[in-house]
Design a binder for this molecule. Structure first.
Ligand code: NIG
Ligand code: FE
Length: 417
């Protein structure tokens, strides 16, 4: 069935000549059409324009099967593209939330066997079926919050069997849910308790056993390493990335969240699709990123939740870099996949303009997960993944009204969900 959305107050993030990413000064530009229509054929955006130029053939009649939605007073956005999540996890870590309120840092909690190892224990004791059910609920939640593409990482398994369990759950979510999903193997998320003091042996296990088995079942699209102080070194990271590349796994890495870890440089050296977190980014790191095709991705939900310093987002854009923003949805440092709130944090904490955050959570997020040719903007031929807002006065009202649910109708693959 085809779908006509008519009388749209403003159609946001329109592209006549689609770009794969937006950087520097251009991030403050956002093309919109006022009093617009959007025409969707099956699951693809086929046309859009001004209402007074709407071709008659797009109108519903007794002779065709076109569904019409009247979006008077409402805005239409491309769906959010959340390029960094860990939303497949077991249970929660609310207990650590209390520790954090009492003053313990993320690293202190991790050292006590909390943190990622706590999630690994819970995941080990949860069946694949149960893990799938818990994760499906989170997917349903983010769909209702406007996300149409999401990247999901493993990394709470930390042994071959449990990492594969996580990746199989992601594969099932790919098949059974309407959003675009990319899977990332993150065996190097933390050193498991049984390898304490033998970190390089754990890296060997990742390289010699996990990567080949995961590649054989085609369970991952990308590979990730938590390259930071107290986690994996640059040397570990390079070994793992090299092994992954042999199997066609492009890196997307956790870098420079806790220190100037060298992770940004290591990511760029191996042509990472993205490097993520980046609280510790200086001139050298910016220079390296400027010479690359790697998307710098900021995760303001994690910095907010952990009370960390903010990355120099303005300086990065003013140096000419692109930026993506993602939720980092995970039980330890960002237990939310609400991309509208991420936009608000982008504006308030990172001092980005509404236009910049919208580009960062749509087209640049899509680039950071390798799907900006098919989603991330309103362009002819792209996937019809969009949402209709409630009645709002401007697109800037979305990040401004940070606690209001302003999403009215979600359309994925051309269908109202
Ligand atoms: O992106 N920084 C590393 N990993 C996650 C946190 C995972 C966890 O604490 O469970 C992150 O913030
Ligand atoms: Fe993360």
């Amino acid at each position: 069935m085809n779908l006509l959305i008519k009388n749209i107050h403003t159609l946001v993030q329109v592209e006549d000549k689609p770009k794969l990413l937006i950087k520097g000064k251009d991030m403050a530009k956002l093309k919109t059409i006022k009093d617009a229509y959007l025409y969707i054929e099956k699951d693809i955006i086929s046309d859009f324009g001004k209402m007074n130029e709407l071709p008659k053939k797009y109108l519903a009649s007794s002779k065709n099967k076109i569904k019409e939605i009247d979006a008077k007073g409402k805005f239409v956005f491309p769906s959010f593209c959340d390029s960094h999540t860990h939303l497949v996890y077991a249970g929660n870590r609310e207990i650590e939330y209390i520790d954090k309120i009492r003053g313990l840092s993320y690293e202190e909690i991790a050292k006590r066997g909390g943190g990622i190892l706590n999630s690994a224990k819970k995941l080990h004791n949860t069946s694949e079926k149960d893990l799938y059910e818990q994760s499906l609920k989170r997917i349903e939640e983010i769909i209702s919050l406007g996300t149409g593409a999401v990247e999901i990482k493993s990394g709470y398994g930390l042994n071959t069997e449990d990492e594969m369990k996580m990746l199989r759950v992601i594969k099932k979510l790919k098949v059974n849910t309407p959003l675009i999903i990319k899977a990332t193997f993150l065996g190097a998320h933390a050193v498991p308790a049984e390898y304490k003091g033998r970190q390089s042996e754990y890296v060997d296990l990742i390289i010699n056993e996990m990567i080949p088995m995961i590649a054989a079942e085609e369970l991952a699209d990308y590979i990730d390493v938590f390259c930071d102080r107290g986690f994996f070194t640059v040397e570990d990271t390079e070994r793992i990335l090299m092994a992954g590349l042999k199997y066609g796994l492009r890196p997307k890495i956790h870098a420079n969240e806790l220190d100037f870890s060298g992770g940004i440089q290591a990511g760029v050296k191996y042509n990472a699709l993205s490097v993520d977190h980046l609280e510790f980014t200086g001139d050298k790191e910016i220079e390296t990123l400027l010479q690359s095709e790697t998307m710098p991705t900021l995760l303001p939900g994690a910095a907010f939740f952990l009370g960390m310093i903010e990355p120099p987002a303005r300086k990065m854009i003013e140096s000419g870099l692109p930026l993506a923003l993602a939720s980092d949805y995970n039980p330890g440092s960002s237990p939310s996949g609400n991309m509208k709130f991420i936009m608000s944090l982008g504006c308030i904490k990172l001092r980005l303009l509404p236009e910049e955050v919208i580009n960062a959570v749509t087209i640049n997020g899509a680039y950071a997960m390798g799907v900006s040719d098919v989603t991330g903007s309103i362009a002819r031929g792209k996937k019809a993944n969009v949402f209709i807002t409630k009645e709002i006065p401007s697109y800037g009202f979305m990040p401004y009204a940070y606690g209001s649910n302003l999403i009215d109708t979600v359309i994925l693959n051309g269908k109202v969900v």
